[in-house]
Design a protein around this ligand. Structure first.
Ligand SMILES: [Zn+2]
Length: 267
């Protein structure tokens, strides 16, 4: 059994008995149809099946709409927000057309250095381009936020480096896409240092971490939004449970594993 499957096996039994929770579930995708063996690179057919399910349930909203809901009193409604990290070419090649075909909104958190310098992401994933992102925004369904410029982990940088990196990312998105990014996601979903978090709060209307939890109206710090990672090995049933706000224990276990893994890394 791999570590991931042990986490799943441990958590599924508990999570199955927990009902779907009202609030906002934010899903994290990375790649779609990229053809790599990465756990976060979903075959296009799997992704389309997930979108068909979400479109049928009918609770996908934009990040901005979800933030308005979170600021309002709890009305017992459920909603799902789709987010993508990094800005690989497969996002605009495969994910955007699938989203547009179903009229579903999504947010991309772009690591701007890779796009601006045409640098490959891990797994040799080519970056998307500013032109392709402009086309995506023109559909009216895609929002582009920041995922830093350099994809550095924000918990171990000096404050000046953090400021410069965030500002570079904002400046490039504003210059190439014509609008200042309002939303931010921490690289590797790791929280920043105290100073980094202050820098993020000052610049963005929201910021996202990872943890498979539902964000509850009136009880959510929108600069620490919980996001639920979607992985290739999830399978459809597991995906449905995640999208309905289940699988909380899996989220807890996975974030504990992730904190250990990145403890000594710099990016
Ligand atoms: Zn990333």
């Amino acid at each position: 059994m791999t570590r991931a499957s042990i986490v799943k096996w441990l958590s599924t039994g508990v999570d199955r008995v927990l009902p779907a929770r009202p609030g906002v579930t934010v899903l994290i995708y990375h790649r779609v149809g990229g053809g790599s063996r990465s756990q976060v690179d979903l075959p296009l057919a799997d992704f389309e099946r997930q979108l068909d399910h979400l479109a049928q349930v009918g609770d996908v909203v934009s990040l901005d709409a979800a933030l308005s809901r979170l600021a309002a009193p709890d009305d017992g409604q459920r909603s799902v927000v789709l987010t993508f990290d990094d800005g690989t070419a497969d996002f605009t090649d495969h994910a955007v057309p699938a989203l547009v075909a179903r009229g579903l909104p999504a947010t991309l958190y772009a690591a701007t250095k890779f796009i601006d310098e045409d640098r490959a992401f891990p797994w040799d994933a080519p970056p998307t381009s500013w032109a392709a992102l402009r086309d995506a925004i023109d559909t009216g369904l895609i929002t582009v936020g920041s995922h830093t410029h350099s994809h550095w982990l924000m918990d171990r940088l000096d404050p000046m480096t953090v400021d410069a990196d965030l500002d570079r990312s904002i400046e490039l998105i504003e210059h190439h896409l014509g609008r200042r990014p309002q939303h931010f996601a921490y690289p590797k979903a790791l929280p920043g240092s105290v100073q980094a978090e202050i820098a993020v709060r000052r610049r963005f209307a929201s910021a996202a971490l990872a943890r498979s939890r539902v964000n509850r109206p009136g009880r959510t710090d929108v600069h620490r939004l919980w996001r639920t990672p979607i992985q290739r090995s999830d399978g459809f049933e597991f995906f449905q449970a995640k999208a309905s706000g289940g699988l909380r224990l899996e989220g807890e276990l996975r974030s504990a594993v992730s904190r250990l893994r990145y403890r000594g890394a710099s990016r």
